[in-house]
Design a protein around this ligand. Sequence first.
Ligand SMILES: [Zn+2]
Length: 341
Amino acid sequence: MDASIASLDFPVPEAPAPGSVTAIAPGVRWLRLALPFALDHVNIYLIADGEGEAVLDTGIADEPTRAVWETLLSGGLRPTRLILTHFHPDHIGLANWLVGRCGINVSMPLTEYLFAQHLTHNREALGSPTHHDFYTRNGLPETEAALLMGRGHHYLRMTTGLPPMFRRLRAGETLRLAERSLQVFTGGGHAPEQAMLWDRGGSLFFAADQVLAKISPNISVWPQEPDADPLGLYLESLAALRAAIPADVLVLPAHNLPFRGLHERLGQLADHHQARCDAVARACAEAPRTVYELIAFMFHRKLDAHQTGFAFGEAMAHVNYMVTRGDLVMVPGDVRRFRLA
Ligand SMILES: [Zn+2]
C-alpha cells in the first residue's frame, strides 16, 4: 500500500471474485467483472429497485462478460433499469445487449450518450488525417502516432452500442428508485459528463471513475478536441464533490475497493495533479518541450505503446491546463513546444 492510500479506510478488504456478487450495503450488491487489459476489472453495482434491481454499468462486450450476466439472469437477477455512468467501453459495453435481453431502459447523461453515438456512427472520423497531425505536431514519433490512430476502432469492438432511446440523467436531479433517492452529480475530466450518484439516506456515493482509491483516473486530451481543458474540469468537479458530499460516505467506485475517506482522497487526487504540473513547469523552465518530451518528466517508468497513448493524453491535459491559466506559452513551429510564461 502506498502512503497516499494508507489514510483511507477499506471496510471490505477483498473484492468478490470476478463474476461473483456480494452485498456491500443494505440493498446494494457489488459485482466484479474481469477486463482483458491492464485495468483488470470493473465494479458493477446492483441497487434494490422494487421487484428487482437497477444495474449500474455493464462491463465490456466480450463473451466472458456476457456469460456472467447470463448466469446472474438465470439465477434470479431481475434488472429494472440500466444506469450508465459514462461512454467508456468497460461501462457501456453490453448496454444494447442487456437492454434487449431484459426489456429495460437506459438512463445516462446526454453528452455521454451523444459521444458514444458519435464514435459508433461516425466511424470515418476515427483516425482522420487531422487526428494524425494532432499527434505528430505535438512531437509523437510517426510509429507511435500510427498506433494511436487505431484506438477508436478498438473501442468499437468492445461495445454493443446504445439503444435508440434513453432517459437523460441531469446534474442536480433526484433519481428515485423504489427504495431510495439518489442525487445525480456529473463531472468532466475523465469523460465529458460522467454521472455519479449520492444516496444521502444510505450514506453511499457511487463515484464511477471520477474518484478511485488506488489509481488516478485518466485525464486526457483527445484529438477530437485538441484545446480541451479536461484537467481544469476535473479539478472543478473534485471541488464540487467536496463541497456537496459529506466526508464519511462509503465511496463505491468503478475500480479498486470501496472506501471511506472521500475528502482525503479528493485532496490527494488534486495534489497528484499539482505535482505533475510542477514537473511540467520545471521541465519547461529548462527548455521549450513538446508534449511528447514532457511524458518522461511526468512518468518515471517505462511505458509500452498503449500506456504511451494514455500518457500522451495526460501530458497534454496538464499542458492545456497550464496554457489556459497563462503558466505556459506555446512556441510556434511545425512541432509545438511550450515554455514557461
Ligand atoms: Zn472511464
